[in-house]
Design a protein around this ligand. Structure first.
Ligand SMILES: C[S@@+](CC[C@H](N)C(=O)[O-])C[C@H]1O[C@@H](n2cnc3c(N)ncnc32)[C@H](O)[C@@H]1O
Length: 281
C-alpha cells in the first residue's frame, strides 16, 4: 500500500498534487469519483499517454491537457474502467428474455438502451437474447452508448479473442459468431454475426452531459456497473433523468453492487437489482 509520503522510483514525476488535479478534472468531466487508493492506477493509466506525447512529468501532462482540448478524449479513455464480459450477471439476461417473450405481439417493438456498453459484450449478449426469444428479425432495437470512444470502436467492430468469449456457450458461439480459420490472420478471434450487429446502434454518450443523443421511451435500460463510479447525488440525478424515459412496464437493470435504497420515491425493486418506476406498470 502506497502512502502519501512514499515516492517510489518512477519513469515520470508524479505526486499527490497531480493526483488531486487529475481526480478533480475526471470528476468534472465524467462524474467518476476516485478514492485515494487509485493513486497508483492513475499513474499507470496515464504513463502511456506521457510516453506517446514525450512528456516528462504528470504536471507537464496536465498543462498539455489544458492547452490541447482534443487530448481530453484520451484522458477520459485512459481512466475509465471497462471491465465487462458476455452474459455478465446472467440472471439479468433471463429477465430480458422473459420480458420480451411475455410482452411480444400486437405489433410491439422493443427499444433497449445499454447505457455503459464498454467493449460491447453486454449489448451483443442482449441481441443474442432477443434473437433466441423472438426468432430471426426480432422487433428489437438496442442503443449502446459509452463515454469512451475507443471501447465503442471495439464494440462496433465486434471482434473478440476466444478467451473473451468464455461466457458464451458452444451453442451460442455456433449460432451467433464466426470463428477465424486456424492458420489465417483471424485465427483465435471471434466475430459477431451481422444478424446481431444489425440490431445495435452505437453512440458516444457522457451520462453526465446535459444533452443525451438518445430519446425514450425504452422498454429496458441496462445501466450496469457504471453508477458505482459516481457519488450518491450524481446517481440520484441520473436516475431522475432515466426513470421517466421508461415505458409504463419498463425495467431499469443495475449492476450487482448498485442499490437505490435512497430512491424509493423513484424506483421499486422487482427482481435482483432490477427496478421498475414507482407509480407505473
Ligand atoms: C465497468 S464498465 C461496465 C460495462 C458493462 N455495463 C458491464 O456491466 O459489464 C463501466 C463503463 O462505464 C463507462 N463510463 C464511465 N463513466 C461514464 C460516463 N460519465 N458516461 C457514460 N459512460 C461512462 C466506462 O467507459 C466503462 O466502459
Amino acid at each position: 500500500m502506497i502512502t502519501r509520503t512514499d515516492q517510489p522510483e518512477r519513469e515520470f514525476e508524479y505526486g499527490w498534487d497531480d493526483f488531486e488535479a487529475v481526480r478533480k478534472l475526471l470528476y468534472a468531466s465524467t462524474g467518476i469519483s476516485m478514492a485515494d487508493s487509485k493513486f497508483q492506477l492513475v499513474y499507470s493509466r496515464l504513463a502511456r499517454r506521457l510516453r506517446a506525447l514525450k512528456l516528462r512529468s504528470l504536471s507537464d501532462y496536465l498543462r498539455y491537457l489544458e492547452a490541447h482540448r482534443e487530448e481530453k478524449e484520451h484522458f477520459v479513455n485512459a481512466l475509465t474502467t471497462n471491465l465487462t464480459s458476455f452474459f455478465r450477471e446472467s440472471h439479468h439476461f433471463d429477465v430480458l428474455g422473459r420480458f420480451l417473450r411475455e410482452n411480444s405481439g400486437r405489433g410491439r417493438r422493443f427499444r433497449l438502451w445499454c447505457a455503459a456498453a464498454s467493449t460491447g459484450e453486454e449489448p451483443y449478449s442482449m441481441a443474442m437474447v432477443a434473437l433466441e426469444s423472438l426468432g430471426s428479425n426480432p422487433p428489437v432495437s438496442i442503443i449502446a452508448t459509452d463515454i469512451d470512444s475507443q471501447v465503442l470502436q471495439h464494440a462496433q467492430n465486434g471482434i473478440y479473442t476466444q478467451e473473451r468469449c468464455a461466457g458464451l456457450s458452444a451453442a451460442r458461439l455456433k449460432q451467433f459468431c464466426l470463428r477465424g480459420r486456424p492458420g489465417s490472420a483471424q485465427a483465435g478471434m471471434v466475430k459477431m454475426r451481422r444478424e446481431l450487429q444489425r440490431l445495435i446502434e452505437f453512440r458516444t454518450l457522457n451520462l453526465l452531459s446535459s444533452q443525451w443523443p438518445v430519446e425514450g421511451p425504452f422498454d429496458i435500460i441496462f445501466c450496469r456497473n457504471v453508477m458505482i463510479y459516481f457519488d450518491k447525488p450524481t446517481q440520484l440525478k441520473l436516475l431522475e433523468r432515466m426513470i421517466p424515459m421508461l415505458t409504463d412496464d419498463g425495467l431499469y437493470i443495475a449492476g450487482h453492487s448498485e442499490s437505490f435504497t435512497n430512491a424509493t420515491r423513484l424506483v421499486r425493486l422487482v427482481d435482483r437489482t432490477v427496478y421498475a418506476a414507482v407509480g407505473r406498470g
